[in-house]
Design a protein around this ligand. Structure first.
Ligand SMILES: [Zn+2]
Length: 226
């Protein structure tokens, strides 16, 4: 093993840094990363999203109620802060009320980076996050992250969330989508690398399970052809 890249937190041979293009979307993103997810250097996409989004910050924690940096951002009146999280009160990007509330302020999108259970816990503990208006997607999306097991097929990774949200915000003139496809191509490169590694590992150590890896690779290629 030749170590880890301390910028993208991937193994050196899987370093994504040369493929990351910093985007200037005009939207500020704050990625709140669960400590567990932060340690998952192999599969986490929050960090890659952060490196790709020029105007973004990554804050680690579970309970953000007393988080100074977040409090600072939330009290900045030049921003309209929203929590990207589903719920009955959540507005979608196509909701005229969302556009109205935003007004001339800059959109600040807060994203919880973790599994569904971790994100739920973060929200449960963080009183300041509970008070935020919620934003959710206009359309349903399926993840291309065939590597990770999520309890719900609707659960999409943080970097995919950013990608789809920027596209939707672009449709209503709130975000600049220039170069946004790069988010998805970096993500796909990451998933493909993980799948290839798993295949290779199984080929050597668990040949009876190679078929399963091949199945995932096929599923991934099929997803990315459409
Ligand atoms: Zn790197």
């Amino acid at each position: 093993m030749s170590g880890t890249c301390y910028r993208c937190f991937k193994a050196r041979e899987a370093c994504l840094c040369p493929y990351i293009r910093e985007l200037d979307t005009g939207v500020k993103f704050v990625i709140l990363i669960h400590p567990h997810e932060a340690r998952l250097m192999r599969t986490g996409t929050g960090r890659i999203a952060h490196l790709s989004l020029g105007e973004s910050e990554l804050i680690q924690g579970v309970d953000f109620t007393e988080n100074e940096r977040l409090a600072q951002l939330l009290s900045d009146e030049s921003y309209y802060p929203v929590l990207l999280y589903p719920g009955e009160s959540a507005r979608t990007t196509s909701d005229p009320a969302f556009r109205e509330s935003l007004g001339s302020r800059r959109l600040l999108v807060i994203i919880l980076d973790g599994t569904w259970a971790e994100a739920k816990k973060m929200l449960k503990f963080s009183k300041n996050l509970q008070a935020l208006p919620r934003l959710s997607f206009n359309r349903g999306y399926r993840t291309h992250f065939v590597f990770k097991r999520e309890p719900s097929p609707d659960a999409i990774s943080t970097i995919e969330s950013c990608y789809y949200l920027i596209k939707e915000l672009g449709e209503i003139g709130v975000a600049d989508t220039t170069g946004v496809e790069n988010l998805m191509s970096v993500f796909e490169r990451m998933v493909k690398f993980q799948l290839d590694c798993e295949y290779e590992r199984r080929r050597l150590d668990a040949p009876e399970r190679v078929a399963l890896s091949q199945l995932k690779i096929n599923r991934f290629s099929a997803l990315n052809k459409t």
